[in-house]
Ligand binder design. Structure first.
Ligand code: EPU
Length: 345
């Protein structure tokens, strides 16, 4: 194949580029650091013929095997206040910016709104892909627009909230637009009439302990950081991809049947009449918390997180995931759906 101007690597290792630390190789690999590199790549005729995968921080990814296509690692940087009106600051960041560093920077600048999402691993460009959420806030609530390149047509598009089709840990980029849209930058709308979101019981408790009644955005961020450090494994030390399963939703009748059998079942009624359950609770009740299966296991402090105990491969992770799904199905009749993107299965 002819080579485009940007540097392409053949047969590249992806092990250092996924927080689970799983070994896998990509047939082709390129890092995109500048708009010029992106333009050169789009002009490359072979691009359309290859299967493509857009990689950010690799923190919501399970590499199930080698990928026989092109991995595009987005490293576009830059962050700036681009506009403001009476109600909001509009802040734009390159897709390759580290999410937590970006959140910290907005807080330092005095623009609140993203504090509940502090310390989530990954990049700014990956945040809309799964509509990251934590402690009572989803990214979609602070999202304004994003810029993306359509790798089929080479066109640059600006997408608003509706076009992104955000759902619970979901967007169009996990579905139709996967491998086709490459997000280059995201603009957030940060509220000038800000109020802290402290309804989540863990956050409320964390703030109450030191006697904080009217927290600043920085104090909310610090509470969230303390909670995350306590409950979730640091991918720098223990390979993982955050919550491995989505919290499942069941209909009202199924919920009534279950809660009759398990009165302490944590549950969150949804606006559409369905009820969301806590996957971590279901998994813990099936006895999986802290368990190990080969080189992988279920984290001791949060049953929703699967961890690499050393030397794991994608198939080990998927075997454990299937065993957990089977237990939860047999015990509760509930289907668990993986949350991370699974590549190369
Ligand atoms: N629970 C257990 N055992 C466990 C874990 C949880 O019984 O091992 C129970 C808790 O006691 C609580 C309920 O399950 O009653 C919910 O737990 P928690 O509040 O810790 O949150 P979660 O549902 O486990 C979700 C998100 C997290 C997010 C937290 C906080 C999903 C799949 N996970 O977890 O997101 O940080 O809420 O908002 O929605 C991620 O997506 O990667 C992620 C970490």
């Amino acid at each position: 194949m002819s080579q485009p101007t940007p540097l392409l690597t053949r047969d590249a290792s992806l092990q250092a580029l996924n927080t689970f630390g799983l070994p896998a190789r990509a047939a082709w690999f390129t890092a995109i650091e500048t708009p010029a590199q992106l333009a050169a790549l789009i002009a490359w005729p072979e691009l359309k013929r290859l299967q493509r995968f857009v990689l950010g921080g690799g923190s919501n990814l399970v590499l199930a095997g080698d990928f026989d296509g092109l991995v595009l690692h987005v490293r576009l940087t830059g962050r700036a206040l681009i506009a403001e009106d009476a109600d909001a600051w509009f802040v734009r960041a390159g897709a390759g910016e580290n999410w937590h560093d970006f959140v910290s920077w907005t807080l330092e600048c005095g623009w609140p709104g993203l504090e509940n999402l502090a310390l989530i691993p990954g990049t700014v460009g990956a945040a809309p892909v799964q509509n990251i959420g934590a402690y009572g806030l989803e990214m979609a609530e602070r999202f304004h627009t994003l810029e993306a390149v359509d790798l089929e047509t080479g066109e640059t598009v600006v997408l608003d909230r509706a076009a992104c089709q955000f759902g619970y840990r979901d967007s169009v980029f996990k579905r139709e637009a996967a491998g086709r849209s490459l997000i280059t930058a995201v603009t957030f709308q940060l509220p000038k009439h800000w109020r802290p979101i402290t309804g989540y019981a863990d956050v409320a408790r964390e703030l109450e302990a030191p006697g904080i009644i009217q927290p600043t955005a920085r104090e909310v961020a610090d509470a969230v950081i303390a909670l995350r450090l306590r409950k979730l494994p640091d991918p720098a030390h223990i390979g993982n991809a955050g919550s491995f399963f989505k919290n499942p939703r069941i209909d009202a009748q199924a919920f009534q049947n279950l809660v009759a059998r398990y009165p302490d079942l944590p549950h969150y009624p949804q606006p559409d009449g369905t009820v969301k359950l806590a996957a971590g609770w279901l998994i813990e009740r099936c006895g999986w918390k802290g368990k190990t299966l080969g080189p992988v296991g279920v984290y001791e402090r949060q049953a929703l997180v699967l961890v690499n105990r050393g030397g794991a491969r994608g198939e080990d992770v998927l075997r454990l995931a299937r065993a957990i799904q089977a237990s939860v199905r047999a015990t509760f009749g509930v289907e668990l759906e993986p949350e991370p993107v699974i590549l190369g299965a």
